[in-house]
Design a protein around this ligand. Structure first.
Ligand code: PGA
Length: 249
């Protein structure tokens, strides 16, 4: 049985005082949830989160990492630096990175490579735009985002990955895929992974993201191939985030 996982993607929000309150509330309640929890604060606050959550079992993720190992890359943050801080996870290819920063599959495979080398667990984010969904291209687009990773990483390396299916049209919009729509894509993702290795495909966490809230989380998470969520807006509110975590039980 796959463990449910609920990840909070704080995006570019928060400050030290707000984070302290949010982290304190998560730390207090974390023990009561059976879902695995992780939070992904902005880079400057990763250490604050590592310190606040160190005895709680809640893991820490970064929202991005550099495609380069180290050196003259002003403004970049390496996977190795993240691991050095005590970060365990990193988002790779969030749609906001793909769209606002023109990150393509070639670059994302390099980021994934640096993450795996540093011992970080990648959460590979995939998803279609509204136009692509309307043209019936959803599964094709998602498969094309996943395929380069299946080609470039060994099964042993892929074992540390999670996938997050996040339809772009559902992110931050209040629109959500219905549980059935999401399940169909999750099942297709798992079938694609099974072509590499069937038993691995059964173990991989495939999270859903896109306007998950406390009131729609339980129906999404009850679907057989939805193993939890990647939560944006609602992860900034401790009550919502914890209610979503509890919906994953
Ligand atoms: P949202 O964001 O929950 O605010 O839609 C999800 C995400 O971008 O990971």
């Amino acid at each position: 049985m796959r463990q449910k996982r609920v990840a909070g993607n704080w995006k570019m929000n928060g400050d030290q005082a707000q984070n302290a309150a949010l982290l304190h509330a998560i730390a207090e309640q974390a023990e009561k949830t059976t879902a695995a929890l992780l939070v992904c604060p902005p880079f400057p606050y990763l250490l604050q989160a590592v310190a606040a959550l160190q005895t709680t079992g809640v893991e820490i993720g970064a929202q991005d990492c550099s495609a380069y190992q180290e050196g003259a890359y002003t403004g970049e943050v390496s996977a190795r630096m993240l691991a050095d801080l005590g970060v365990q996870w990193v988002l790779i290819g969030h749609s906001e990175r793909r769209h606002y920063h023109s990150e393509d599959n070639t670059l994302l495979v390099e980021k994934g490579r640096r993450a795996v080398e540093a011992g970080l667990k990648p959460i590979l984010c995939v998803g279609e735009t509204l136009a692509e969904r309307e043209q019936g291209l959803t599964q094709q687009v998602v498969a094309a985002q996943i395929a380069p990773f299946l080609e470039c990483f060994t099964l042993q390396e892929l074992a540390s990955f999670c996938i997050a299916y996040e339809p772009v049209w559902a992110i931050g919009t209040g629109l959500t895929a219905t549980p059935e729509e999401a399940q169909a894509v999750h099942a297709a993702i798992r079938a694609q992974l099974a072509e590499v290795d069937a038993s691995w495909a059964e173990q991989v966490g495939v999270l859903y993201g896109g306007s998950v809230k406390a009131d729609n989380a339980a129906s999404l998470f009850s679907m057989p191939d939805i193993d939890g969520g990647l939560i944006g807006g609602a992860s900034l509110d401790a009550g919502q985030f914890l209610a979503i975590a509890n919906a994953a039980e």
